[in-house]
Design a protein around this ligand. Structure first.
Ligand code: KIV
Ligand code: ZN
Length: 510
């Protein structure tokens, strides 16, 4: 079934950018606009052109450089504002002028101090003036949710007659509730005789936390354009969030009988860019893009998710550009989650190693009780710091390493293996490399070293070395610390090899 296309009008660079502390310079705005084009928005509201020379320049550069979406900017119903927008958006492939003028009695009496008829005339004159400069004109009836219905309809009819191509119905103060708001849009579409000559748009704010619900109710009632911002940024409690609306339409397309042209895999990259450039962090539990949106933390959920993701996820993280779901380890996590996270780090425990896993689980619980979250670092420690967990196939007996100022090094390493001592020599560019060469001769394992990380505690002179070895698409991690960095490295390497042979015992050469 061919669903109705909903135009996504992004106002992150205008309503979103009005947030204190979120303002962007021209280059940053252009960067965001390019990303919005990649995301596939239909319209970019690039700014408020008359507000400052900087914003005018940003809108103009976006109009020149960003291809694909309609480019618009906001103007009050005054000629100088309209001229500024017309000039700034002129280079765009598809320019639009967006005019805003209030329709509620509150705004008429306390903002404009004008009668309904006077304001209506102002609006019509503004559209007629703008129409001479640009063909695509959007008209916003500011504070529509608190406006008299009959006056709202009269205004919309008049501005469409004057040439408006889009009529935007804003819930400027976030006062609407979904059922009423949807009903208002439905009645309005029925009541305005020339409504078919323009597209109906909605623009909702989140003062009561209902911006997304209200926008969706309006779409269900027939709105064809939705105005929103990335991460829900915007005046006060923000605007309707683009990612929520788009994903709700995608996940419930059958209910809304609608679709958008958004490339949903670009949602997360766009969200990250916006939060970083606008210095606006996103709350962890924010739908779609928050850090916890695809994270599972309770044991019951983790077990269910690992058995079958759809048990606890309605959408795949990859669909919104997030790499993968997260299993967060806390004191509420169970064995299934712990095993999964350990396996991701290369620590695989077979059925024969059940006792080892149980010991690690007990240790995990005591760490989890002390900490809010157990992270990968903690897991490495849990496993590697305790020689009892993994049978020590290779046990360091002795070593000796020397180096010259010419960058040549020699090492001798003696390792105890299955009741006998084996000694080998190695050469290399550093004592550590030489020692690793000697170990490779002793163990003859087919693994490769993937990563070596060394950190030092300056004051106490302790070096901590982490080594990751790779074998057969699995990683095995070893960690060790010592005041002697060569010894710590040898021990970390042997620890990682002990992990490897604990699982692949067939690799041990007699
Ligand atoms: O909230 C509002 O009414 C606006 C208009 C400019 C659409 O931002
Ligand atoms: Zn707004």
């Amino acid at each position: 079934m061919a669903y109705r296309k909903i135009d996504v009008f992004d106002t992150t660079l205008r309503d979103g950018e009005q947030v204190p502390g979120a303002s962007l310079n021209r280059d940053e705005k252009v960067k965001v606009a390019h990303q919005l084009a990649r995301l596939g928005v239909d319209i970019i509201e690039a700014g408020f052109a008359a507000s400052s020379p900087g914003d005018f320049a940003a809108v103009k550069t976006i109009a020149e450089e960003v291809h694909g979406p309609v480019i618009t900017a906001l103007a009050r119903a005054v000629e100088s504002d309209i001229e500024a927008v017309a000039e700034a958006v002129k280079p765009a492939e598809r320019p639009r002028i967006h005019i805003v003028l209030g329709t509620s009695d509150t705004h008429l009496e306390h903002k404009f101090r004008k009668s309904r008829e006077q304001v209506l005339e102002m609006g019509v004159d503004a559209v007629k003036f703008a129409k001479k400069l640009c063909n695509d004109i959007e008209y916003s009836t500011e504070d529509a949710s608190r406006s008299d219905f009959e006056y709202l309809c009269r205004t919309i009819e008049a501005v469409i007659d004057a040439g408006a191509t889009i009529v935007n119905i804003p819930d400027t103060v976030g006062y609407a509730v979904p059922e009423q708001w949807g009903e208002l849009i439905r009645r309005l579409i029925e009541a305005v005789p020339n409504i078919h000559k323009a597209k109906v748009s909605v623009h909702c704010h989140n003062d009561l936390g209902m911006a997304t619900a209200n926008s969706l109710a309006a779409i269900k009632a027939g709105a064809e354009q939705v105005e929103c911002t990335m991460n829900g940024l915007g005046e006060r409690a923000g605007n309707a969030s683009l990612e929520e609306i788009v994903m709700a339409i995608k996940m419930r397309s059958g209910f809304y009988e609608a679709r958008t042209d958004i490339d949903t895999q670009q949602i997360y990259p766009t969200s990250i860019l916006v939060r970083e450039l606008m210095h606006m962090p996103v709350q962890p539990n924010k739908a779609i893009v928050g850090a916890n949106a695809f994270a599972h933390s309770s044991g019951i959920h983790q077990d269910g998710f690992l058995k079958h993701p759809e048990n606890y996820e309605i959408m795949r993280p990859e669909d919104v550009g997030i790499e993968k779901s997260d299993i967060v380890l806390t004191a509420r996590s169970g064995r299934h989650a712990l095993r999964h996270r350990l396996e991701r780090l290369g620590y695989v425990y077979t059925d024969d190693q059940k006792d080892i896993f149980e010991k690690i689980h007990l240790r995990f619980l005591s760490v989890a009780d002390r900490q809010k979250e157990v992270v990968d670092e903690d897991l490495h420690r849990l496993v590697c710091d305790s020689p009892i967990e993994i049978p020590q196939q290779y046990f360091l007996e002795d070593y000796h390493a020397t180096s010259t100022h010419r960058g040549e090094a020699n090492a001798m390493v003696r390792v105890h293996i299955s009741g006998e001592s084996i000694e080998e020599k190695g050469h290399g560019g550093s004592p550590i490399e030489a020692a690793f060469g000697a170990i490779d001769k002793i163990t003859k394992l087919p693994s490769t070293i993937e990563d070596v990380q060394t950190s030092s505690n300056g004051k106490e002179g302790v070096h901590e070395v982490r080594i990751r070895v790779h074998y057969h698409e699995q990683s095995f991690n070893g960690i060790a610390s010592d005041t002697d960095v060569v010894k710590a490295s040898i021990q970390a390497y042997l620890n990682s090899l002990n992990q490897l042979v604990a699982i692949h015992s067939g690799l041990i050469k007699e």
